[in-house]
Design a protein around this ligand. Structure first.
Ligand SMILES: Cc1ncc(COP(=O)(O)O)c(C=O)c1O
Length: 364
């Protein structure tokens, strides 16, 4: 058997005629930059997330950058975040000259350990940036309460969690700004790069909207230093099709995760999904000790795997200037050594899941 990790091919095939009509419509109308498809998408995203404002942007990375630029984050500021994430989280902080201040993760969820945040706050701290890793939000009530007490912004890196719920509220709706990604392999992916920003603050929305187009408030009148951060209309048209089916895709992912859980939970440890939350399973990740060997054996059996992520941020060469060393964030380091993501996409069949889990257990 040969298993597909993300199955983007099937995601295209399933609605190919709708995608083709939508894309042709944009191409033939010559409406390439902003316009109706982006406006429609923003209205639908806003409605889906139950957020006051939504803004389509060029990627999840640019969403983070724009959010921080609009919040006035600059050189010398500190942002508290987790070292167990994709590079974009801390890279964008550093791009603005600010300092990523890491706190370790909670061993059960792999998300930021909220009990460690307060000790990391200094006079320079401006924001907390939790990452909703693998599709599950961090403890947002606790984070928002700390932020309120210390007058900090909260920026959710929701690149992996679009659609997830926390006490019935959607990811991206519970922070000063929520930032998501529509990278193709994300749970809601477009056919290239894309992302979105969400906020309840109109002034901030207006500022991010201007900054998305070089800080422009009228043609060639630039109020802010911004960037070229727009979502392509072509990608918006694709997302307008995909969003219609998104709840069903999430349900499929959750059913697949449940099946994995049933077959693996006796043998393998997986991140816990807290009772008041849901995960959209951007990844289904397990912890194992002999990872390299297992990955090799699975590969030979036609089962692709991935590691999200093998080196925590504080041990990356690009952050050596922060002066961290091995042992500073032990839970992140252990997880980085042990995590392995299994194929996860809405199209995995029961037969494929059985094949994956049987082989995995065999090779442990
Ligand atoms: C946690 C996290 N943050 C940020 C990003 C960046 O998103 P993008 O690839 O759309 O720039 C990603 C996506 O890979 C991610 O997983």
């Amino acid at each position: 058997m040969k298993i597909d990790f993300a199955n983007l091919d099937k995601a295209y095939q399933e609605h190919s005629s709708e995608f083709e009509v939508a894309a042709l419509d944009v191409m033939s109308s010559a409406r390439y930059i902003l316009g109706k498809d982006t406006d429609d998408l923003e209205a639908s995203l806003q409605d889906y997330v139950k957020s006051d404002f939504a803004l389509g942007v060029s990627s999840g990375t640019d969403a983070l950058l724009l959010a921080m630029m609009a919040l006035g984050i600059r050189g010398g500021d500190e942002i508290i975040t987790t070292p167990f994430t994709f590079i974009a989280t801390s890279e964008t902080i550093a791009c603005l000259g600010a300092k990523p201040v890491f706190v370790d993760i909670d061993e059960s969820t792999f998300n930021i350990d909220v009990t460690l945040i307060e000790a990391a706050i200094t006079a320079k701290t401006k924001a907390i940036m939790p990452v909703s890793l693998y599709g599950q939000m961090a403890d947002m009530d606790a984070i928002n309460e700390i932020a309120r007490r210390h007058n900090l912004f909260v920026i959710e890196d929701a690149a992996q969690s679009f659609g997830a719920l926390y006490k019935g509220k959607r990811s991206c709706s519970m922070s000063t700004v929520g930032c998501t990604s529509f990278f193709p392999a994300k749970p809601l992916g477009c056919f290239g790069d894309g992302g979105a920003l969400f906020t309840q603050d109109q002034e901030l929305y207006e500022k991010m909207k201007a900054m998305r187009v070089h800080g422009q408030v009228q043609r060639y009148t630039h109020k802010y230093i911004g960037m070229g951060g727009r979502l392509d209309n072509l990608q918006a048209a694709i997302l307008n099709v995909k969003l219609k089916y998104y709840e069903r895709d999430i349900e499929r992912r959750q059913n697949i995760a449940k099946k994995y859980d049933e077959l693996l939970s006796e043998t393998i440890s997986t991140p816990e999904i807290i009772k008041d939350r849901t995960s959209v399973y951007a990844q289904y990740t397990v912890r194992i000790k002999n990872r390299e060997q297992v990955q090799e054996n699975l590969k030979a059996a036609g089962i692709p795997t991935a590691v999200h992520y093998p080196i925590p941020m504080h041990l990356q060469e690009c952050f050596s200037y922060l002066g961290h060393k091995k042992g500073d964030f032990p839970i992140s380091e252990t997880c980085a050594d042990q995590v392995m993501s299994l194929p996860m996409n809405p199209y995995l069949t029961n037969e494929e899941i059985d094949y994956i889990t049987t082989n995995l257990i065999k090779f442990l």
